[in-house]
Structures are given as structure tokens and as C-alpha cells.
Design a binder for this molecule. Structure first.
Ligand SMILES: Nc1ncnc2c1ncn2[C@@H]1O[C@H](COP(=O)(O)OP(=O)(O)OP(=O)(O)O)[C@@H](O)[C@H]1O
Ligand SMILES: O=C(O)C1=C[C@@H](O)[C@@H](O)[C@H](O)C1
Ligand SMILES: [Mg+2]
Length: 180
């Protein structure tokens, strides 16, 4: 059984960066739901939120994830909020295997604090907003099939290696098994 591997977790966890490295290592396509939404709308995520609001973005996100999961096996880096929706979790678990890139608040903050590309962090106290997201979301991310801890000292390549190890331990999904 070969399945698409869906990376889930907070903004800044490294889903896009590690996903790209993982796809290159495994020789499978790299898909990114945020990137696909931006491409289809010809607009940045921040602009989509500003013009159409978050509910519109979330509907597009579910459509895009459903479509991307129809493709051949791949690495799918999801947006940080994607795994919060029960419908998205069901789709991902049915057609793929979910991997939570689990990172603590300090690590996440160090990665996102210099960027203004994440509309949900545009608040008076973005670190506190990020902390509230971590607290509220962790129980949902914890429903992923596999958990891989992001460590501050691990490079993107080393994280990709760690994910491959976790996939092997989980039963070889994507990594070793042949098509049946
Ligand atoms: N292991 C790592 N080592 C060093 N830098 C990293 C690592 N993982 C990610 N980064 C950097 O941290 C930043 C955030 O990573 P990335 O965009 O991959 O997060 P994400 O989980 O895709 O976030 P989002 O949910 O907002 O899409 C990027 O600048 C990326 O290059
Ligand atoms: O954590 C989130 O809810 C988000 C994360 C990003 O990947 C984007 O999908 C968007 O900025 C929302
Ligand atoms: Mg990303």
C-alpha cells in the first residue's frame, strides 16, 4: 500500500520546508495546499483572507486537499489550520497517512516572528496569539497517525530523515512497500 503522506501541524513547524526535502528524498511529487490555493486564486493567502475572509479560505482548502489526495502518492504539506476540520481529517486519514510535525512555542515563534505572511498572527501580541493557537490545536493535531518532534537543532534535511524513520517504523508506508 502506498499512500500520500500529509504533513500537519502549526504554522512554522516546517511542513513546507520539510515536505519539499522529503519529496525530493523519496522521489515523489511535492504538493502544498497553501501554494495550490494561492496559485488558483493568483493571490497570496494574506490577500485571500483580507478580500474574502477565513471561511472562504477554509472552503477552498478542503476542496484543494480533496483534489490533491486524488493524485498519485505524494508528499502533501497542508496549511496550519487544515487538520482542525473534521472533514479534512477524515479525508486525509482515508486517503493518506498524517504526520504531525510537533514543535514547541519557542521554536514556532522563532520561525514565524519575522514574517508577515500569516494573517492569523496579525494581532497586537502575535506571540500570545500563537501560544493560544498551540494550546487550542494540539489535541487535534494529536489525532495524526504519526508524531514527529521538531527539534531546534535539526536541519530541514535532518527532519526529513527523521520523518522517513517514523514512516518506516509505522509500517513502511510510502517508503519501502511496493504497489499492490
Ligand atoms: N528544520 C528546520 N531548520 C531550519 N529552518 C527551518 C526548519 N524547518 C523550517 N524552517 C524554516 O522555518 C520557516 C517556516 O517553515 P515552513 O514555511 O516550512 O512552515 P510551515 O509549517 O509550512 O508553515 P505554514 O503552516 O504557515 O505553511 C521557513 O523559513 C523555513 O525555511
Ligand atoms: O495555521 C493556520 O490556520 C494557517 C496556516 C497557514 O499555513 C495558512 O494556511 C494560513 O495562514 C492559515
Ligand atoms: Mg507551509
Amino acid at each position: 500500500m502506498k499512500k500520500t503522506v500529509a504533513l500537519v501541524g502549526m504554522m512554522g513547524a516546517g511542513k513546507t520546508a520539510v515536505g519539499k526535502a522529503l519529496a525530493a528524498r523519496l522521489g515523489v511529487p511535492f504538493l502544498d495546499s497553501d501554494g495550490e490555493i494561492e496559485k488558483a486564486a493568483a493571490m497570496s493567502i494574506a490577500e485571500i483572507f483580507e478580500r474574502y475572509g477565513e471561511p472562504f479560505f477554509r472552503r477552498r482548502e478542503t476542496e484543494v486537499i480533496a483534489r490533491l489526495l486524488e493524485d498519485e502518492r505524494a508528499i502533501l504539506s497542508t496549511g496550519g489550520g487544515a487538520f482542525l476540520s473534521e472533514a479534512n481529517r477524515a479525508l486525509i486519514s482515508e486517503r493518506g497517512v498524517s504526520v504531525w510535525l510537533k514543535a514547541d512555542l519557542d521554536l514556532l515563534w522563532n520561525r514565524v516572528k519575522h514574517k508577515s505572511t500569516r494573517p492569523l498572527l496579525r494581532s497586537d501580541d502575535p506571540r500570545a496569539t500563537l501560544a493560544a493557537f498551540v494550546e487550542a490545536r494540539e489535541p487535534l493535531y494529536a489525532q495524526a497517525a504519526i508524531v514527529v518532534e521538531a527539534e531546534p537543532r535539526l536541519s530541514v534535511e535532518a527532519m526529513a530523515e527523521k520523518v522517513i524513520g517514523a514512516l518506516r517504523a509505522h509500517g513502511g508506508i510510502l517508503v519501502e512497500e511496493e504497489e499492490t
